[in-house]
Design a protein around this ligand. Structure first.
Ligand SMILES: Nc1ncnc2c1ncn2[C@@H]1O[C@H](COP(=O)(O)OP(=O)(O)O)[C@@H](O)[C@H]1O
Ligand code: SF4
Ligand SMILES: [Mg+2]
Length: 317
């Protein structure tokens, strides 16, 4: 069976931003990631800001080129295909961005914003399709919204427009990059339910990106935990949340009240992602890890199957 997503050995290195950077240095935003998502499933990529999540999402959606590695979406090689194959792929893949403020054109009406992906992909459509998708995302009655501009909408309504725009072309693969992080906590669950409802109904395959492991747990069947551009733990969402192995995963779960069965406050981490560097020798998490042992300084742990259906990169396993 062709998988919805297959990523192998993905690396994306950037030239550092800023004036005082040494020549020839680079930011290893993604540093050797393998991922696969079966059709009609939601898998997630979780980690703190700066861990490389959006970079993976942008590469997978074909928006930026990788430094190396392979990306296949529904059997099409995203960076090595004919123009026709790429045109077909663009009709099937959509990305929902974190920030509906900057991703919606302020000079376009809601109608034009939602029509745009159809027009860009030369997909014939009827106006009912626009009103139907507005209804589906809860912007009712649709006639009240069609001629409004983004600044005339609330944050929640804008995110609904962004979701409508992503789903109007009937994508079969969606990258959702922090789709609810700009919304009030009180609105998040209804948005996650909205996305999950459309995903289930249309059997869409989805890569969900979140810094919040509770959102990944709510929506996805498999969780990939990313730290400084590498996957440090991957497995079934339920099993990870109720029995995390990697100290970083434990800390992510601990930071969310009422999630999983691990004893809260049992695991703590020091500093933040900025105190780590991808140039550090050994385990990149070691300066923040309360379990670090001697070997952690010398050798970088490899991602191995620590138990059935669970990958972990940590010398403790
Ligand atoms: N265009 C860019 N140029 C240079 N560095 C970048 C660029 N985009 C992202 N980065 C850096 O790459 C790392 C990963 O960023 P990103 O993929 O946005 O992570 P996340 O989505 O997990 O917050 C960060 O250190 C970020 O500063
Ligand atoms: S390898 Fe060592 S430093 Fe890294 S997470 Fe495991 S115990 Fe901590
Ligand atoms: Mg991001």
């Amino acid at each position: 069976m062709v998988e919805a997503l297959s990523v192998k050995g993905l690396k994306k290195y950037y030239k550092p931003r800023g004036r005082f950077v040494s020549k020839g240095s680079f930011v290893k935003a993604v540093d050797g990631v393998d991922l696969s998502i079966p059709e009609a499933s939601i898998h997630s990529v979780v980690g703190e800001t700066g861990s490389g999540k959006s970079t993976i999402g942008r590469v997978v959606a074909g928006l930026i080129e990788p430094t190396s590695g392979e990306v296949f979406v529904q059997g099409t090689d995203v960076f090595n295909s004919s123009k026709k194959e790429m045109r077909d792929l663009r009709k099937k893949v959509q990305i929902i961005f974190q920030d509906p403020y900057s991703s919606l054109n302020p000079r376009f009406t809601v109608m034009r914003i939602i029509e745009e992906p159809l027009k860009l992909n030369k997909i014939p459509f009827k106006s009912d399709q626009i009103t139907e998708i507005l209804r589906k995302v809860g912007l009712t009655p649709p006639e009240d919204f069609l001629n409004r501009y983004p600044h005339e909408l609330s944050g929640g309504q804008r995110q609904r427009v962004a979701i409508a725009r992503s789903f109007v072309i009937d994508p079969t693969f969606v990258v959702a990059d922090e789709p609810v992080s700009m919304l009030d906590a009180s609105m998040r669950v209804s948005f996650l339910d909205l996305i999950a409802g459309i995903q289930r109904e249309r059997k869409i395959s989805m890569m969900l990106i979140s810094h919040d492991i509770s959102i990944a747990y709510y929506l996805s069947s498999r969780i990939n935990v990313l730290y400084l551009g590498k996957i440090v733990e991957a497995g079934d969402g339920e099993e990870i949340v109720n029995g995390p192995l990697h100290p970083y995963t434990k800390a992510l779960i601990q930071s969310v009240p009422k999630l999983g069965k691990i004893e809260k406050k049992s695991v703590d981490i020091k500093g933040n992602i900025m105190t780590s560097s991808s140039e550090i020798t050994g385990c990149k998490f070691r300066e923040r890890c309360i379990f670090a042992i001697d070997i952690c300084r010398k050798k970088e742990p490899e991602l191995v199957e620590a138990k059935p259906n669970r990958l972990v990169a940590c010398h403790l396993y």
